[in-house]
Design a protein. Structure first.
Length: 256
């Protein structure tokens, strides 16, 4: 584990060093680049850590707003996907009905979802959450459907032999065995939400990481824009390596 951390730090340091050398050389050679120096981006990142921002109470206010929308969208999309996935896994007719819709939802780009939902719902807080929910829903539905189909057939047949009701089969047979799929689905949904929250927050909102990135883009100031973008990267890494991997080790010890 320690060796892995050292390799990660070394690779990031190498990338930043090459970035700094490349941009410094372009300035010396009078080559006009819009890419700021790595040191400039790092300075802006330190300003964000201090809480400095030209709009809003502080930078943490914008980060928390984005986290709230991402979590809400991922939870709603995952909940709908969970129900639809169970129906698809248990009933062939439900699978025939929902599968094509799931693929439609999965293939529509985030930007198009933003425009569609603005037309339907108007530009609001709920629109950004709905964009995230629409994009994360099919991923959970597919995972749960596959998980249901992978449930041990001998347990299913035993339940049928004892005339077990559907609710009992779900609570005692299906759901306990698909928990890893549920965990994996929500893990992926939240990671996907973090990636696209910047797009979802372009729909007429006045706060959030995506809003601040758009603000600095309009100012043609790219160092703070990249600093805000790096916040999304850090959030994704935090949830993956700190939250989800810790939960995975504690919840699924029996799988190892």
């Amino acid at each position: 584990m320690k060796r892995q951390i050292i390799y990660v730090i070394a690779s990031v340091a190498l990338l930043l060093s090459l970035w700094e050398v490349f941009t410094a050389a372009s300035e010396i050679l009078h080559i006009n680049l819009y890419i700021p120096r790595a040191s400039s981006m790092f300075y802006e990142l330190l300003q964000l850590i201090r809480g400095d921002t030209p709009i809003g109470a502080n930078s943490y206010f914008h980060i928390l707003q984005s986290l709230r929308r991402t979590t809400a969208g991922a939870l709603i999309g995952s909940a709908v996907g969970f129900v639809v996935g169970i129906l698809m896994g248990l009933r062939e007719r439900a699978e025939d009905f929902f599968e094509s819709w799931n693929w439609v939802f999965a293939t529509i780009p985030a930007v198009m979802w933003a425009y569609i939902l603005i037309l339907v719902m108007g530009a609001s807080e709920y629109t950004a959450i709905a964009v995230l929910a629409a994009i994360t829903y099919p991923q959970m539905a597919f995972k749960i459907s596959r998980g249901i189909k992978a449930v041990r057939n001998d347990l299913v047949e035993m339940g049928k032999a004892f005339n077990a009701k559907l609710f009992l089969m779900l609570s005692e047979v299906y759901i306990p065995q698909i928990l890893p799929h549920v965990f994996s689905g929500f893990r992926y949904s939240l990671a996907l939400g973090i990636k696209i929250i910047a797009i979802a927050e372009l729909v007429g909102l006045s706060n959030g990481i995506g809003f601040m990135m758009h603000y600095w883009w309009s100012q043609r100031n790219f160092a703070p824009l990249l600093a805000w973008g790096s916040i999304l990267v850090f959030l994704g890494l935090f949830f993956e390596f700190v939250v989800f991997r810790t939960l995975e080790k504690r919840m699924f010890k029996w799988t190892h």
